[in-house]
Design a protein around this ligand. Structure first.
Ligand SMILES: Cc1cc2nc3c(=O)[nH]c(=O)nc-3n(C[C@H](O)[C@H](O)[C@H](O)COP(=O)(O)OP(=O)(O)OC[C@H]3O[C@@H](n4cnc5c(N)ncnc54)[C@H](O)[C@@H]3O)c2cc1C
Length: 587
């Protein structure tokens, strides 16, 4: 029953992870008015909150986009995971709540972004989250470890579920890492995120429910008179005055586009619509590569080549295994045994215990290139000698190539380190999807030039750089070594896909391209990178869009190089820092 105004101090586009965090911070002192415009709706169904229901979701809560055929993987396509609901990605994600290594963020700073290294971000990681330790009995039973000093008193709740599938299988996984010499870390959230470690979930420890942007940054504050949320509206573009100051946005009702409003911002328009939509909103507004805007017959307001380039994600290797000596029940039992599932649901409803408190995973191994292969030096040498431009999207201009070369220098240093991971292995009662953490392939996101309001054109460019393929081959071989360890052999592993018949490098490449490799782990990012203008950047270190005033970006699109971690904790930290930057400049 909100009566919306025509003008606000700030208009935030997107009520997702970053948008609601920034909205909360900008409204908390009561001085500024904020309107958040969100394409999705409030989903009040209990399933959103149930950890076990993660990644199942309601189709209405996600965009229905498909990527273009991916040249690097035999032209296969797949749906693009992107949230369309209040709370954004954190309303539908897998609830793994981890951070990258110090080196991941120091790379951002080294690219020309003072204050965005680990030292500058760590206070915001702490500010964003609160960790509640598990009960002593669970620590004794499961072996959870953590370092409480990595967390603060923030709004997002981090905790470990009070349940683990029985049978000791998880011990075998931990044992196997030790057998292969992988260090076991007490905590991964303090800047040392390589080796194997426990990862908390974004989980409320009292109700054993999802803790996400809506529960942390909207629900408790929705009665603030200066905090308005408009749902079911898509912002199509930003309107500028003659001096290129962003002064309003155009919002269209979801579905039929029939109702169109414009809202004015007195101070700033803040884009938080996620990596795909923030990009397309800019392009529709005339901010982007001129060649694309000309094709779409959109007047160029700022020729900014970086908008929609530098697209990154964590490509996924979908190995599958069966364990003939595995435990029962396990995660799959929830899918295959209706009685077990219904008992588990009743247990969660009544006691907030049992398998329904468990989302997907809460332990990972993050492995450096040197762990994955003894032949890491030739891979590093190939990166150094590669003619980078020949593997980048055709639309890269010289500034973007320069930016990529600067990134590549840092990636070479990163991958040469024995402490910086190239592969993630989530594990519980089995191995989850293994993902490539530092891709050299780059993709693009653009509007469709013949229908700029239609679905975006999303091209991950997965495996377009052959280095990523080399890394993936090494990861496949290392995974088999892991499965051959004596700890895992006790479980009787059988490789189902790609299967033991796939053994030579050529066969592995074939399998990766034809079925094994997928372009995303639901981490689309980096399309409006925070980098200097002469390196193809889109925003400066104060998150202002180059060439404009009154327009900033606060979501995952500003990341210059994707960190080796799931992204939600990083996005919350970015948003917390962004809010401080925005408040400071508008005092
Ligand atoms: C399926 C899935 C699983 C994931 N699993 C994990 C995990 O286990 N752990 C982890 O840490 N991270 C995970 N992530 C990633 C993480 O959740 C995201 O990276 C993060 O939430 C992105 O935050 P954001 O603010 O950039 O965008 P979002 O949170 O996506 O917010 C963007 C918002 O903008 C809205 N919007 C879009 N276009 C418009 C428009 N034109 N007008 C108005 N509103 C618009 C969207 O509806 C959305 O609510 C997952 C993501 C997904 C999708």
């Amino acid at each position: 029953h909100v009566c919306f105004n025509n003008t606000y101090d700030y208009i935030i586009v997107g009520g997702g992870t970053s948008g609601l965090t920034v909205a909360d911070r900008l409204t908390e002192d009561g001085k500024n008015s904020v309107l958040v415009i969100e394409f999705g709706y409030l989903n009040n169904d209990i399933s959103v909150l149930i950890p076990e229901r993660t990644l199942i979701g309601d189709a209405r809560d996600a965009f229905n986009w498909t990527c273009v055929p991916q040249a690097g993987i035999n032209n296969r396509t797949m749906p693009v995971p992107a949230a369309a609901v209040v709370g954004g990605g954190t309303a539908i994600n897998g609830m793994l709540f981890d951070r990258g290594s110090k080196e991941d963020y120091d790379m951002w700073e080294a690219l020309g972004n003072p204050g965005w290294g680990w030292a500058g971000l760590f206070p915001y990681f702490k500010k964003s989250a609160k960790f509640t330790p598990p009960l002593e009995q669970l620590v004794a039973e499961y072996g959870y470890t953590w370092d409480a000093s990595a967390y603060g008193n923030g709004s997002i709740q981090a905790s470990f579920p009070p349940y683990r599938f029985p049978g000791g299988v998880a011990e075998s996984f931990w044992q196997a890492w030790k057998e292969l010499g992988v260090p076991i870390q007490k905590e991964g959230a303090n800047g040392i995120a390589y080796g194997a470690f426990w990862v908390p979930n974004s989980l409320d420890p009292v109700n054993e429910t999802r803790s996400y942007a809506r529960t942390a940054h909207y629900d408790p504050y929705k009665d603030r008179a200066n905090y308005h949320l408009l749902t079911g509206y898509m912002v199509s573009k930003v309107i500028f005055d003659d001096q290129l100051n962003a002064n309003s946005v155009i919002a269209r009702s979801r579905g039929n586009n029939s109702t169109i409003f414009s809202f004015k911002a007195k101070r700033e328009v803040i884009l938080a619509a996620g990596s795909v939509s923030t990009t397309t909103i800019l392009q529709r507004s005339g901010i982007g590569p001129k060649e694309l805007l000309d094709q779409a017959k959109i007047k160029t307001r700022v020729n900014l080549p970086g908008v929609g380039h530098n697209f990154q994600d964590h490509a996924r290797i979908a190995f599958t295994w069966n364990f003939t000596n595995g435990p029962y029940p396990n995660q799959t039992t929830l899918l295959t045994n209706a009685t077990f599932n219904s008992e588990a649901y009743k247990e969660w409803l009544k006691f907030k215990t049992g398998p329904y408190t468990f989302s997907r995973s809460n332990s990972v191994a993050m492995l450096p290139l040197q762990t994955v292969t003894d032949d890491y030096e030739p891979i590093i040498e190939s990166i150094k000698s590669q003619d980078a431009a020949s593997y980048l999207p055709r639309t890269y201009d010289q500034t973007l190539i320069n930016g990529f070369l600067a990134q590549r220098q840092l990636i070479i240093k990163y991958l040469s380190s024995e402490k910086c991971p190239i592969a993630e292995y989530p594990f519980t009662t089995t191995l989850g999807s293994i993902t490539l953490q530092k891709p050299l392939s780059r993709g693009t996101v653009t509007i469709n030039p013949v229908d700029s309001l239609g679905d975006p054109i999303i091209d991950w460019g997965v495996l377009t750089n052959p280095i990523d393929l080399e890394a993936a081959i090494s990861i496949v071989k290392f995974t088999r070594k892991y499965m051959n360890s004596s700890a895992i052999q006790q479980l009787g592993p059988i490789e189902l896909s790609p299967g033991p018949a796939v053994s030579t490098d050529d066969e592995i490449v074939n399998a990766l391209k034809s079925s094994l490799m997928w372009p995303t782990n639901a981490h689309p990012s980096c399309t409006c990178a925070m980098m200097p203008l002469d390196k193809g950047g889109v925003v400066d270190p104060q998150l202002r869009v180059y060439g404009t005033t009154g327009l900033s970006i606060v979501d995952a699109s500003i990341i210059p190089i994707i960190p080796a971690t799931h992204l939600s904790a990083t996005v919350y930290a970015i948003a917390e820092k962004a809010a401080d930057i925005i408040k400071a400049r508008n005092k």
